[in-house]
Design a protein around this ligand. Structure first.
Ligand code: 8YV
Length: 331
């Protein structure tokens, strides 16, 4: 009987995925609520044949240098692989995979939810929609939020998730605009009724809501820099369900503190799992809406991601190229 590979998983996965992993692999599962410490991650890399990290597990060159000779695969539980030094892994002969395509619609749903929530939860000085449904009679100070239909939505990154956001936003009556590394095909632009902006600067200066839906790469790090954030209209909102590193978070927080932006709705942060204390304080003042990276966190979505991880590992262990292999040229 073929020896089952030691597969070390860094975070809790849905029960049915963990059960399947135990059946197929020598699975070492982690049920701590907190993310794995760097020391524990290095130890896991020393022992595992396959490491299954999540977005908060930084598998950088230093971790890889300390990895054991048995580490042959990093099967990322997630689509974004900016938590992994893919070049360093590839140079060491370690195969990297991810879980593309199965979280597009969930993440787009969450993005649309935040596009809707931000202008309603962040109302200048007025009472916001109460969580406790304290319906003590209608109050004229309520709902001094902002209308979104008819407003301009600028999507930064028109990949699968950006396109799914555009489809939803169009149905909500927003005018769709986008900036992307490359213009998308004309038929797609027509279907989305989307206007392409070659200049990100010019798009940002004219949008009412900006949604960040691009991956975090060396080219998109602080793409929304302090300089670009200053181009936004004072009554604009920023929504980010992609990666915190795409925005200069401290600059954003300072602008929100100074009232130079209407608000922000953030599901991702520059130094996850830490959240900038300025943003936490702003959330208490109803100037931002914060979520703990829940974009793809539906049960169905996590099961789909887990099933992709299992297929990638099984395919690799059977000596074939895994379907979701990631190589440096793709980034
Ligand atoms: C997950 C994500 O929260 O897939 C991604 O890139 O950011 C989310 O789907 C995360 O990856 C879980 O590890």
């Amino acid at each position: 009987m073929k020896k089952r590979p030691l597969v070390v998983v860094t975070r809790r996965l849905p029960d049915m995925i963990e059960t399947r992993m135990r059946e197929l692999f020598d699975a070492r599962l982690n049920h701590d609520d907190a993310p794995m410490s760097r020391e524990a991650l290095i130890e896991a890399a020393r022992e595992a044949e396959v490491l299954v990290p999540t977005v908060t597990d930084r598998i950088d060159a230093a971790v890889l240098e300390q990895a054991g000779p048995s580490l042959k695969m990093i099967a990322n539980f997630g689509n974004g692989v900016d938590n992994i030094d893919v070049q360093a892994a590839t140079d060491r002969g370690v195969t990297v995979t991810n879980t593309p395509g199965v979280l597009t619609e969930d993440t787009a749903d969450m993005t649309m939810g935040l596009i809707l929530a931000a202008p309603r939860r962040i109302a200048e000085g007025a009472r916001v929609i109460p969580d406790d449904h304290d319906w003590s009679g209608w109050s004229p100070t309520w709902m001094l939020g902002r209308r979104i239909w008819g407003k301009r939505l600028g999507i930064v990154g028109m990949g699968r998730i950006g396109q799914a956001v555009a489809r939803r936003a169009k149905a909500f009556g927003l005018s769709i605009h986008y900036h992307n590394r490359r213009r998308v095909a004309a038929h797609l632009e027509d279907a989305l009724e989307a206007t392409y902006w070659e200049s990100l600067d010019q798009m940002l200066a004219r949008m009412d809501i900006v949604s960040v839906n691009c991956p975090h790469t060396p080219a998109t790090y602080h793409l929304l820099s302090a300089r670009r954030l200053k181009l936004l209209k004072k009554d604009a909102y920023v929504v980010n369900t992609a990666r915190g590193e795409v925005i200069d978070e401290m600059a954003l927080a300072r602008m929100l503190e100074a009232g130079e932006l209407a608000g922000a709705a953030l599901d991702v942060f520059e130094n996850e799992p830490a959240v900038n204390p300025k943003l936490v304080k702003l959330a208490r003042q109803n100037k931002v809406v914060l979520l703990p990276h829940l974009g793809s966190a539906t049960l169905e979505g996590r099961i789909d991601m887990g099933e992709k991880v299992i297929v990638n590992i099984k395919t690799f262990m059977d000596g074939h190229r895994p379907p979701d292999r990631v190589v440096p040229a793709m980034l």
